[in-house]
Design a protein around this ligand. Structure first.
Ligand code: 5GP
Length: 156
């Protein structure tokens, strides 16, 4: 975590980035990451939801909770986990439309085997196998976000 924070500090030196936290899952990761960073930054929060009855490839809607004008800003999205990448790339398209100076991603976890896009993610905490994980902000049916560590959910 400290290594990730230092690397971001170095890369965004003098850029006063806007860190966009994707709720709910990234809240603990974001809190730990920004407390280890030293450069001046702004934080904003957004929530992404799928329309009812759709899968992860379905239509998504994002809700900015406190809207900073992203035009000409250096934006860094803080995600909990990137699986297929559909959620993230939907968000990237929406953010690019706001004409930021740059937009990149830091995610705690990535499942490379499931990732369906050619663009690599700039900052990845840990690459994991294609398994369902809970804890440290990540839930299973609403539960488990409060767990202090990350666990693989095994079928009963
Ligand atoms: P993607 O659009 O990349 O397929 O899925 C991203 C979203 O699916 C994540 O933001 C997260 O909400 C959920 N997700 C994907 N894999 C996992 C997992 O292993 N555990 C949990 N709790 N959520 C996951």
């Amino acid at each position: 975590m400290t290594n990730l924070a230092s690397k971001i500090d170095k890369d965004y030196h003098n850029q006063n980035p806007v860190l966009l936290v994707v709720l709910n899952g990234a809240f603990i990761f974001a809190a730990d990451l920004v407390r280890r960073m030293e450069i001046p930054l702004q934080l904003d929060f957004l929530r992404i939801s799928s329309y009812a009855g759709t899968s992860s490839t379905g239509k998504m809607e994002e809700h900015f909770l406190w809207r900073i004008d992203l035009k000409n800003q250096h934006v860094l999205i803080i995600e909990d986990i990137v699986d297929t990448g559909h959620t993230l790339h939907h968000l990237l398209d929406k953010i690019k439309a706001k004409e930021p100076a740059s937009v990149d991603v830091v995610c705690l976890l990535q499942k490379p085997a499931a990732y369906a896009y050619p663009t690599p993610l700039k900052y990845v905490g840990l690459a994991i196998p294609n398994e369902f994980v809970v804890g440290y902000g990540l839930d299973y049916e609403g539960l488990g976000r409060d767990l202090d560590s990350i666990y693989t959910l095994k079928p009963a």
